[in-house]
Design a protein around this ligand. Structure first.
Ligand code: IMP
Length: 172
């Protein structure tokens, strides 16, 4: 039987999202910010986050697949949906569900910088430390864990559990 160990309640997520939104609103005041949500995992986090921002922003999405199995990425990353709006000379904030090895974000940061973005920062719901393989660091993180496979609030296991309103550590 799978076990679901609570990591973040609805209320905790709400508080953290609101605090991060305040920081982003202050840091990007008077700048033209573009949020790029990474599909599919970031769709719930992004939709809550943008509604807490007090600055004007544009939103776009990218989709990457990483040829992994269900619980780890292989590092071989393929871009399956690029941004549609112009990012040249713009400030970009990547919104991700979780940073694990960091390989996906390392690829995305390099890609966006080489496409001419003025700056690229990272905002993640979960910063998971143990398996980091790159020097990618999250500029904004709602919650940090050392390890474990998490589901809920956008995070999936084999495409399930994204709809759970809380975040759980899934023990298979
Ligand atoms: P990375 O390239 O290893 O940092 O992996 C990032 C991607 O792997 C995330 O965007 C997720 O799609 C997936 N991932 C990594 N850890 C977890 C987890 O604990 N739960 C759900 N998905 C995860």
């Amino acid at each position: 039987m799978s076990e679901f160990i609570p990591v973040l309640t609805k209320e905790e997520i709400e508080v953290q999202v609101s605090l991060i939104a305040q920081r982003i609103s202050t840091d990007y005041k008077d700048r033209e910010l573009i949020l790029i949500g990474i599909l599919k995992g970031a769709f719930i986090f992004l939709s809550d986050l943008i509604r807490q921002l007090s600055i004007p922003v544009k939103v776009d999405f990218m989709c990457v697949s990483s040829y992994g199995d269900n619980t780890s990425s292989s590092g071989r990353i393929k871009l399956t949906k690029d941004v549609d709006i112009e990012i040249k000379n713009k400030d970009i904030l990547i919104v991700e569900d979780i940073v694990d090895t960091g390989l996906t974000l390392s690829y995305l940061v390099d890609y966006l910088k080489s496409s001419g973005a003025a700056s690229v920062r990272i905002c993640t719901l979960i910063d998971k430390r143990e398996r980091r393989e790159t020097d990618v660091t999250a500029d904004y993180a709602c919650h940090t864990v050392e390890k474990g496979f998490l589901v809920g609030y956008g995070l999936d296991y084999a495409e399930f559990y994204r709809n759970l309103p809380e975040v759980y550590h899934l023990k298979l």
